[in-house]
Design a protein around this ligand. Sequence first.
Ligand code: ADP
Length: 446
Amino acid sequence: MIIAGTALAAIIAVQFFLISGLYRLRTRELDDTYRQEIIKGMELLQKQYHTTGFDSAYALIDYVAMNLLQEHSQGPADSALHSSDEQTLSYIYHILRRYDMLTPFLKAYFQVSGMEDDFREYILIREFILLDPGGEIRIKGDTLEITTTKAGNSPYYVNSFRSEGNFYRLDFDYYIDLSHKARIIFRNMTGALLLSFLSILITGIIFFVTLHNMLKYKQLSMVKTDFINNMAHELKTPLTTIAVAAGTLEDPAVLKDAEKTAGLVSLIRQQNQHLGKLIDHILDINLWEQDQITPHKKNIRLKEYLEKILAAFRIENKDKEFKLGESLELNEEQAYLDEFQFSLAIRNLLGNALKYGGDPPEIGFSATIKDRKLLIRITDNGTGIPEKEKEHIFEKFFRGKGSQKHVKGLGLGLYYVKKIVEMHHGTVTLEEGTDRGSVFVVALPL
Ligand code: ADP
């Protein structure tokens, strides 16, 4: 299990490693493609329209520069101009952005080339110089910084522009940032992602199915071992009794005593019958498994039938101390059932109430008709069934933890009860007991 778990973790890690490698590769590919396309786009703009895309902006900046220079010549010292460096730069920056033709051109170009055109442009002014006849007035453009995008993408550097007018010189860089870069890359990787997800899913499913089967197999083998131990124990008791009885019979003194001999012979016969029943039980398991038990159903008057079963149960257990309270709210109702099999189911339930009942056992048996169904309730005053065992009690060979030590059994009784009741299209359920004991309810459609 540890090996399988480690293998699963390793597969997930390898898939993660492969996918992240692929993501990096695709990012590089995308960056290269966009860079090449941007260069091509700019060349086209230059060749066909003889512009860099900022010509209108340059004209306006020249005009602004002229005004600035005029202000400067009228103003007191350059301190006045210096104090508004930032304003000047931001003004120039806005002109560049407002009259930028490169961005819409690139967008159109990308669209035509079938590429993602949802990008944002960044302009970084490196230097702006006013060309004053008395000397250059330099305004360093280091205040405008490109902030990295939310997704952590780094914008593409597209080009550095230098422009010189009559009154200014300007250096700035142009960047673009694809807003949905990650989405584009993931879209390109859909196939690989799907395959990787599928392989993890399939491996996971195989892992859990194997684990489930292993646990089931382990549980089954434990149950079988328990069964074999119980069986050996159950078979040994009558065999020992027979051996002791036979040994006693070998004594000539005992043989002479006719009454004693008869008693011993009857004991041997009883134990022999018990052994036979045990063996039949085991043989029956196979027949039930293969659904080879054919019911011999006939119409039976319920009241007399159930009374007979209860009377036989009392006789069978006459040497035990117990109370059996019965309430049969029945009249002439009949049911179509296999007399022998159904009585076996009821006897098993009564037998369990006796085995697992209190000290002394108090068994309740009631039968009534409701909604065209025969409802039989069998109650006892035992310790009941622990919550976590409830869902297992009808399973083949299942024996409660507490029962295994103190009470004899093979874990087959309730398994038979369920099979028999189902053969009659009915249900057997364990009801929530009120205080102590268990309540089994058999419902049989009439
Ligand atoms: P067995 O009695 O041979 O163990 P069963 O199939 O009849 O096998 O019962 C399965 C388990 O269900 C028992 O081992 C016991 O733990 C529990 N059980 C059955 N009937 C009762 C009952 N009336 N009260 C408490 N526990 C019960």
